[in-house]
Design a protein around this ligand. Structure first.
Ligand SMILES: C[S@@+](CC[C@H](N)C(=O)[O-])C[C@H]1O[C@@H](n2cnc3c(N)ncnc32)[C@H](O)[C@@H]1O
Length: 267
């Protein structure tokens, strides 16, 4: 499959996904989760009165978190059919500009304080142009914060999910949603075992997944199985992504031992 095909197919996959899973309520859309995502580099209070962008906004949960943190203005980028859900879900529309474009088309504003991209770059086969667009949109001294799937800490999970995804990314919704039901109940059991045993992904399970509603746990399973492209980054690859994009002072945090929060500054 060519890079262009995987890129467009992934956008199509998310458009269909978010038209079915439109809601961002509960812990999934909470400030508690937002603080966890930007820890240890930022606090939500750092965003107060700032001009920010989010690349790959999906249904708008991060946009609403940024608004709740006090952002002055948010530019929300979403290329898929989820755009209509995004516009519908936004809580303070007068403070948001929604753009139905790809990340690499983010205009070179040059005055943004922060650009965020949470759970997006690992779904883009060639993310370098997106990193470049984020760099151009920031003011000197502005920061780019990304969250990526990690390779380290996910060995067992990847051994299971990779062969499964070979099939599931091609399945129509009605079969995939039935498969999600099949996986859901063993997952509930696994969460219970994590309380007592040092099982793989325990940090993520107890700090994040356990706090999600049943509906959001099902969405998370679906989200793992559905997109055409998903890359799991090593620490070195995650760091290189921002260093190659000319960012300085690049720092990484191994979030819950399974993913990378990465921040860099435009000099
Ligand atoms: C896993 S979702 C994350 C949504 C949101 N950031 C969140 O955390 O709820 C990934 C999003 O990235 C979007 N996306 C995929 N390719 C993109 C691209 N080239 N540029 C911008 N966004 C893209 C998808 O349409 C999807 O909505």
């Amino acid at each position: 499959m060519s890079t262009a095909y995987r890129k467009n197919q992934t956008i199509k996959d998310f458009g269909e996904q978010w038209l079915r899973y439109r809601d961002s309520g509960g812990f999934y859309g909470s400030m508690e989760l937002f603080s966890d995502m930007i820890y240890p580099f930022l606090k939500s209070s750092d965003i107060k009165n700032c001009k920010v962008a989010e690349i790959g906004s999906g249904t708008g949960r991060i946009v609403n978190m940024l608004l709740e943190a006090g952002a002055k203005h948010v530019i929300a980028i979403e290329p898929s059919d989820a755009f209509e859900v995004l516009r519908h879900n936004i809580q303070q529309p007068e403070k948001v500009s929604c753009l139905k474009i790809k990340g690499e088309q983010l205009p070179p504003y040059g005055d943004l304080d922060y650009v965020f991209s949470i759970g997006v770059l690992h779904h883009i086969p060639n993310p370098a142009p997106v990193v470049e667009a984020a760099f151009k949109a920031l003011r000197p001294g502005g920061h780019f914060l990304v969250w990526l799937y990690g390779k380290e800490g996910n060995n067992l999970y990847l051994a299971l999910i990779r062969p499964l995804r070979g099939l599931t990314k091609r399945l129509p919704h009605f079969i995939l949603s039935s498969l999600v039901e099949v996986i859901y109940w063993p997952l509930v059991l696994y969460i219970k075992f994590c309380y007592r045993l040092p099982l793989p992904l325990r940090g993520y399970i107890l700090s994040v997944l356990e706090k999600m509603s049943p509906q959001k746990r099902r969405l998370i399973i679906y989200d793992q199985l559905n997109p055409s492209h998903a890359k799991y980054y090593t620490r070195q690859e995650a760091e290189k992504l921002l260093l190659d994009g000319r960012f300085k002072n690049v720092r990484l945090h191994h979030r819950h031992g399974y993913s990378w929060t990465v921040i860099g500054t435009k000099p």
